[in-house]
Design a protein around this ligand. Sequence first.
Ligand SMILES: O=C(O)CCC(=O)C(=O)O
Ligand SMILES: [Fe+2]
Length: 372
Amino acid sequence: MSTITMTEAPSSYKLELHTAYGPVFRDVLNTEPRDATEEEVPIVDLDGLFTSTESRKKIAQAVRTAGTNMGFFYIKNHGIDDQVIAKAKSQFLSFVQQDTKLKEKVSQDKSKYYNGWKAPRSTNISRTESVDVKESFSWRYHPENDPDHSQPLSSLPSEVQPWIRGEAFVWEGTSHIPNFKTDILKYWKSCLQLARHLVKVFALSLDLPEDYFDSRTTFPGADGVLNYYPVTTAEETAANSVGLGSHTDLQLFTLLWQDEVGGLQVLTKDGQWIKAKPRPGTFVVNIGDFMMRLSNDFFKSTVHRVYNRAPVERVSMPFFFGVIPTCTSPENPPKYEPISCGDWCQLRFKLEAERMAKMLAERETTTKLSAK
Ligand SMILES: O=C(O)CCC(=O)C(=O)O
Ligand SMILES: [Fe+2]
């Protein structure tokens, strides 16, 4: 009698993700996260980025490979000064260490457009996972802060004005921290300058003229976020809590500075979590949903999350870069209806805020019932 050996497939779970159009689901393996290989998340050398079209074309080759593979890569020789990064990080830590009352002065609850402070454990980006343990401080593009187009809002073309989402209260409410605005915006301006060059490389990697995005990046989506991940408590560890739950980024691409602590994980096509470990001197770059959409799915926006189990706090400083669309041809007709990047982001931000409000209301009802 012959015996048939069955190799059991590893078990998996369904992960729920947000998109601007509602939830989608992914199968994720229950295997331990492993380190990413250098092929999965490669290092792209930006040497020559600011020099010539020819040197940008070389970089574009590497970006094309990385962008169509995992949609995640590191960049080195990015030109952002270590001191600028260090100052932004230390200013953010001063902000975090303040009394809650002071942080509430710039609470996101006061914002129309998701600027300001979000308290720890106040968001839940993936319903399948726990609340997000992190706290964050966000600000959005305003031409007054843009060294290339420094001007008051009122002087912008009228069709652009409604898309400007920066709000002054975040700087007014932090003005008691010496040089906070200057140091944070110095970091943001460096990211903006780098992004405006990197977007040329992305254009080349899509066989477009390198200035393809230029008119659209005059007043870009350029959102800065500072994330603080406290040490995960014993209860949170037992509950398998995430620092920041599984999601894709929204815009064209993200420049992410992460400190040396680690915790960033990326989901492969096969549903395996892999760790994008910190590499000193680099930023992580990842493709956003909007780039995926306007490249007709050529580039991939990849699911990632932060799962921090280190015995120390962690800081990351992402910069989200976006523009207004079109990337189709008669041979490659659009798969999606046209939508502006601003509308696109607003759709999803709104869904998340509504869901969080609902969850808090449900929680309150449960507490009331159990107190009876
Ligand atoms: O903290 C990190 O490493 C990632 C942050 C992130 O994914 C985000 O803010 O969208
Ligand atoms: Fe992200």
